[in-house]
Design a protein around this ligand. Structure first.
Ligand code: 5RP
Length: 223
């Protein structure tokens, strides 16, 4: 199967799972990226049964609205039953690296609010140790150099993502060459650096369910 076929398959499985949770007032959190886009397409099939969604990026909000699915501001949405999103890397503990699409901060906020966080990914995203994928950090623009110097002290090689402005008006620094042996600890350390808005480690709030597309079928993992 191609990577896109695997992404489509995990999105379909996530959709079946989300359908079992649907009640009249269910709000669904929707992520960002190519895998999440397949999930958005699935949601289009049941748009009349969805009370609404909260989106982790302007782009996902645009896609949802295009399908006629209501998108709410998180502040007026109340409880989020389930949040479905992709990842750049996952380990077997369902700790993730996210933010390849620069939407990490809103993704982290929705994941924090959601009762359940379902990660959908193809098997290329499963790793033993997180860190081969450069870890995205969203930074306040004026703090970029300061943050980069602090990241060097943590053992990484920070690189400014040229031309990228997040939906929040901030910049992204990607940290290369990290071997993340203690994801929770590193996530908290990076959050302590002044000027960091958020970082792409989802370990303090890891996924609750991983739906992984493999050549031998779609597999579901729980932590
Ligand atoms: C966006 C993300 C995405 O979930 C991540 O980049 C995976 O993307 P894709 O599904 O296109 O492989 O974190 O900020």
């Amino acid at each position: 199967m191609t990577q896109d076929e695997l992404k489509r398959a995990v999105a379909a499985t996530a959709f079946e799972y989300v359908e079992t949770l649907l009640e009249d007032d269910t709000i669904i959190g929707v992520g960002t990226g190519s895998t999440a886009n397949f999930f958005i397409a699935e949601l289009g099939k049941i748009k009349h049964r969805i009370a609404g969604t909260v989106a982790s990026s302007d782009e996902s909000a645009r896609r949802l609205k295009e399908l006629g699915i209501p998108v709410y501001d998180l502040n007026s949405a109340g409880a989020i039953a389930v949040y479905v999103d992709g990842a750049d890397e996952t380990n077997k503990h369902l700790q993730l690296i996210k933010g390849g699409g620069a939407a990490l901060t809103r993704e982290k906020i929705i994941a924090a609010v959601a009762e359940e966080f379902v990660c959908i990914a193809d098997e290329s995203k499963m790793v033993g140790v997180l860190g081969k994928f450069p870890l995205p950090i969203e930074v306040i623009p004026m703090a970029r150099s300061h943050v980069a110097r602090q990241l060097v002290l943590l053992g990484g090689d920070p690189v400014y993502r040229e031309g990228c402005v997040t939906d929040n008006g901030n910049h992204i620094v990607d940290i290369y060459n990290l071997e993340i042996l203690d994801p929770r600890d590193l996530e908290q350390k990076i959050n302590q650096i002044t000027g960091v808005v958020s970082n792409g480690l989802f370990a303090v709030r890891a996924a609750d369910r991983l739906i992984l597309g493999t050549d031998s079928g779609v597999k579901t993992y729980l932590p």
